[in-house]
Design a protein around this ligand. Structure first.
Ligand code: F6R
Length: 610
């Protein structure tokens, strides 16, 4: 959670901080602040609120001629959003910004308080600053003090640090939380992720666990835990500054919904071989591997977990591999009994979600093979999993995931096809039909759904008048309903529940009253009749029903109801079309309500706390 950035070089550091922080805002936006060296003194300007509030504060308290600075945008964990809890925090000679959580901060705080430290904030970060300062007071060596303090801290952290008396130098360290080091024409940078640095450079190095960095205008040195110094091995990102901008759309979420057809093609095509068959060799996964998989445990959070539920249907129906899905934060504390031949698949757009990472580590510790489906390259989850499949959705900036989820589902579909094919459950022709449908029918179906903006708008106009909404569906459509409800809730703040269509009558239907909006998803031909009965049940109790339904219905829908028809060129096309519709409905609803669509309240994009 939280975004951090740092710079040292020949240019003015302040505009760089502001630009980088505005990109990093998706990681948290409760408060924002910078610390910059001005005439060899460190000056801090910080406040509750977003980047605009900091800009205003800087007009009153300008920082002139600084070439070395660190910055932070916060998602509050320890201590509410306030000026005093905003980062950077300074104790003695140490000023720092932090992403992560210091789990033993209470003990550390107590022992530092005994030594006379008076804390100004409720944060664990200030404790970290005090601890490093305490170590620095003894050793007088910044790197040694960071190393010593890191050993005493439990939890996850990435720090950007300025030391009084070290002009032009930024220090950093990471454990658990992500941190990128980068080299530009006019200096060196650190940041929580590369998107923040795209306006300045493409050359980066993803810091490894416990590596300490010492940056000066002339270079960046990495210090390993044993004290050895190494030069970074620079890599070049393929991302462009445009990929992290809105490109004419009013919101990142809308842009990202529209990017889905291309993102699916990018995610699927490298996994189709010259014969048109599913093939993950380019990911280092040979067909023989799939034959060893006897059962699958999918672990993820939020929407990624919902993508896992789509995967479950496919892996069981198509590949006939027993599969279950766990919420990552539950998995560790009640791990299922996994038989020989199990594979744990973790799914994460950001590649940094703490709960998912913990589940991955648990699986590895217990000797279970792991596979990660990740979007953000070179992230911790991608690095630590035994095998990884990237989704190639490109940077996802809106807090609510759309193209991330969509590409996760498409990759899971490819995995199910690969297993089904290598184990002989489907023949070449069937496997080719699936790859073709994912590569051609799905993007076309999404494109088609993107033209129905007016229809989504009309549905949204009704939803905004209600406090409670239901999505219902069976089978795959129940999985889609869960994602639909989450999307609507998180960006429009309207309470929405997803129900298995047949389950509603076992209690929850008592909440349905005249006018209650019920959106029914029906992508599966075989379940049409049953779902229709459930729709009748709610309709007869006065519910306002919206149908998101296959375009090959045997009987035409009631003209009184709103109907979104889904193309049926293939099974996958229908599912991805429904997905696009539910995303767009959530978007239009939040837009009408004037919500902050890309930055919903209380949320952050990358959840690096457990
Ligand atoms: C909802 C959403 C979240 C994420 C979840 C996992 O729109 O984006 O529910 O899906 O926090 O995040 P990742 O995929 O980064 O592990």
């Amino acid at each position: 959670m939280c975004g951090i950035i740092g710079y040292t070089g020949t240019a003015n550091a302040i505009p760089k901080m502001m630009k980088g922080l505005s990109v990093l805002e998706y990681r948290g936006y409760d408060s924002v602040g910078i610390a910059a060296q001005e005439n060899s003194k460190t000056k801090i300007v910080k406040c509750k609120g977003r980047i605009g509030a900091l800009e205003e504060k800087l007009r009153d308290q300008p920082i002139e001629g600084s070439h070395c600075a660190i910055g932070h945008t916060r998602w509050a964990t320890h201590g509410g959003p306030s000026d005093k809890n905003a980062h950077p925090h300074r104790v003695g000679a140490v000023t720092l910004v932090h992403n992560g959580i210091i789990e033993n901060y209470k003990d550390l705080r107590a022992s530092l308080a005994e030594k006379g430290v008076i804390f100004q904030s409720e944060t664990d970060t200030e404790v970290a600053a005090a601890l490093i300062n305490d170590c620095f007071a003894q050793s007088g060596d910044p790197v040694a003090s960071i190393r010593e303090a890191s050993e005493k801290m439990k939890g996850a952290f990435a720090f950007g640090i300025l030391f009084e008396g070290y002009p032009g130098e930024v220090f950093a360290v990471r454990r658990g939380s992500p941190l990128i080091l980068a080299r530009g024409k006019d200096g060196y940078y650190i940041a929580s992720d590369m998107t923040a640095l795209l306006p300045f450079t493409k050359e980066y190095y993803a810091l490894k666990e416990n590596q300490i960095v010492r940056l000066s205008p002339g270079g960046g040195r990495i210090v390993l835990s044993d004290g050895t110094k190494i030069a970074p091995q620079w890599e070049t990102t393929t991302m462009t500054p445009e990929s992290a901008q809105k490109g004419g759309y009013s919101h990142f979420m809308l842009k990202e919904i529209h990017e889905q057809p291309g993102a699916v093609v990018k995610s699927v095509s490298p996994r189709i071989n010259a014969d048109g068959l599913p093939d993950f060799s380019s990911d280092g996964i040979e067909p023989a591997f799939w034959q060893t998989v006897k059962s699958i445990q999918i672990v993820a959070c939020g929407s990624a977990m919902h993508a896992g539920l789509v995967g479950l249907r496919l892996l069981e129906d198509l590949a006939k591999v027993p599969t279950s899905v766990s919420i990552a934060s539950e998995f560790r504390y009640h791990p299922p009994i996994l038989p020989e031949g199990s594979l744990v698949i973790v799914i994460s757009q950001s590649g940094e979600t703490a709960d998912t990472l913990a589940a991955l580590r648990y699986a590895k510790e217990n000797g279970i093979p792991t596979l990660a489906i990740v979007n953000a390259v070179e992230t911790t989850i991608a690095r630590e999993a035994d095998r990884r499949i990237y989704t190639f959705a490109g940077p996802e900036i809106a807090v609510a995931t759309t193209k991330g989820y969509c590409t996760q589902a498409s990759v899971l579909w490819m995995i199910a096809a690969a297993i089904a094919h290598t184990t002989g459950r489907i023949d070449d022709a069937q496997a080719k039909a699936i790859t073709r449908s994912l590569l051609c029918d799905v993007p076309a179906a999404i494109e088609q759904m993107l033209t129905l903006e007016n229809r989504y708008h009309k549905i949204a106009r009704n939803l905004i008048n209600h406090e409670h909404v239901f999505y219902i569906g069976r089978g795959m459509d129940y999985a889609l309903s869960m994602e639909a409800a989450l999307k609507l809730k998180e960006i429009s703040y309207i309470h929405c529940e997803a129900y298995a269509a047949g389950e509603l009558k076992h209690g929850t239907i008592s909440l349905v009253e005249p006018g209650t909006p019920v959106l029914a998803i029906c992508t599966e031909q075989a379940l049409l009749e049953k779902t229709e009965s459930n729709i009748r049940e709610v309709r007869s109790r006065g519910a306002q029903v919206t149908l998101i339904v296959r375009d090959d219905l045997p009987t035409p829908p009631d003209p009184a109801e709103e109907v979104i028809l889904l193309p049926t060129s293939s099974e996958a096309a229908t599912v991805f079309a429904a997905l696009t519709a539910i995303q767009y409905i959530a978007y239009e609803t939040a837009l009408l309500l004037g919500c902050d669509i890309d930055r919903p309240r209380n949320l952050a994009k990358s959840v690096t706390v457990e």
